[in-house]
Ligand binder design. Structure first.
Ligand SMILES: [Fe+2]
Length: 366
């Protein structure tokens, strides 16, 4: 399986990983054939691209940290909770019961992911963004939860702490439901006043969760602090270093990374490797440097399935990543420096001494 940017999709390609429409129904199911009518739809929805299966990538396995079914269930549950909490009947007993039920399902799903990741401690995240514009916040919340739990596993947190971390992470932006939608969805730059107003969402979310529902303290403190920065330049309290809770410091990194790799109506996404550079460059400044190191071990800057160019001019598809050498993946080479297809072969940038000077220099569209 490999990832193809939406603009490079061609009729007849076979879908490797299902895509969903606005209502979370299947748009393209795994194994189906791409028709030209779908390409426009995919671009319009905001998808960056599609995983496809073809001859050259049939031996490349893209492992997801959580399966599609759980991911879509989590997205839908968070969306339901937010919609109920934001509705005109949000204070009725009936709505509160619905939100309670949604939060119970969320807690259960977070618990399952924690169990799963604790059993697979070596898991690296190969995250290529597959969000669509409309439900950005909910897709983003699930990604932030997964990235946060993976980091938490990386630093050896207990099961209980991982649960609180995951819960805080998935609810981190819930306060946005109390901010005017027109401001949240404004496609252009916010005015200074609007920005100050949007910044209130972390306090709104914290207060709402604290006062209304049975949520562990550590989780809602994480919600409050997810925009605090290690160097004290964040909000709402300009807290710095250890005065920001560990959960807050973790969610902050996951939140920024996933936002950077996301396709937004007003800006193009960064490549995972570019977003990783941003996180690493801010270690000790905006972010806790020890946590950025863990992040770089657990999240692949060149995710499995992406098409890359090496500094020696050869091109290929990333086929494996290694926790101890995230910039030196295994690559299935398929094209020579002149652009001619060659007999595919796997190279190990990590171990092959003859390739020490070769680096992954770019990710190209096919
Ligand atoms: Fe936020």
């Amino acid at each position: 399986m490999r990832f193809i940017p939406a603009e490079s999709l061609v009729e007849g390609m076979i879908v490797g990983k299902s895509l969903y429409d606005k209502n979370h129904n299947l748009l393209l199911s795994e194994g189906s054939v791409v028709h030209s009518s779908y390409v426009e739809k995919i671009l319009k929805l905001g998808y960056q691209g599609v995983y496809i299966d073809d001859e050259v990538s049939k031996d490349i396995v893209v492992k997801d940290v959580i399966n599609d079914e759980i991911r879509m269930k989590m997205i839908q549950t968070v969306k339901d909770v937010c919609i109920y909490a934001n509705g005109s009947n949000s204070n009725t007993k009936e709505t509160k019961e619905k939100i309670d039920k949604g939060l119970d399902i969320t807690k259960k799903l977070i618990g399952n992911i924690v169990e799963e990741l604790l059993m697979n401690k070596d898991t690296m995240v190969n995250l290529i963004d597959l969000k669509f514009f409309d439900d950005y916040t909910y897709f983003h919340s699930v990604n932030v939860a997964v990235l946060s739990i993976v980091m938490g596993v990386g630093i050896g947190l207990s099961k209980e702490d991982l649960f609180n971390l995951g819960l805080g992470a998935i609810l981190h932006d819930m306060g946005k439901i109390f901010v005017d939608k027109d401001v949240i969805n404004k496609p252009s730059k916010l005015t200074p006043e609007e920005y100050e107003y949007v910044k209130k969402h972390s306090e709104f979310g914290y207060k709402y969760l604290k006062e209304t529902y049975q949520i562990p303290t550590a989780a809602y403190v994480g919600v409050l602090q997810h925009h605090e920065k290690y160097d004290g330049t964040g909000y709402p309290s300009n807290a710095s270093r250890d005065s920001i809770s560990l959960i807050g410091r973790i969610i902050c990194i996951a939140d920024v990374y996933d936002a950077l790799i996301s396709n937004r109506p007003y800006r193009a996404p960064l490549l995972p490797s570019e977003a990783m550079e941003y996180i690493m460059a801010n270690g000790g400044l905006m972010f806790d440097v020890n946590l950025t190191r863990v992040f770089a071990r657990k999240v692949a800057p060149f995710p499995v399935g992406t098409y890359v160019q090496l500094s020696n001019g050869y091109k290929g598809i990333v086929s494996e990543n290694y926790e101890d050498a995230c910039m030196r993946p295994q690559v299935k080479i398929i094209m020579d420096p002149e652009g001619k297809r060659i007999m595919p072969r796997f190279i190990e940038l990590k171990d092959d001494k003859s390739l020490r000077s070769v680096t992954v220099s770019a990710i190209n569209n096919i």
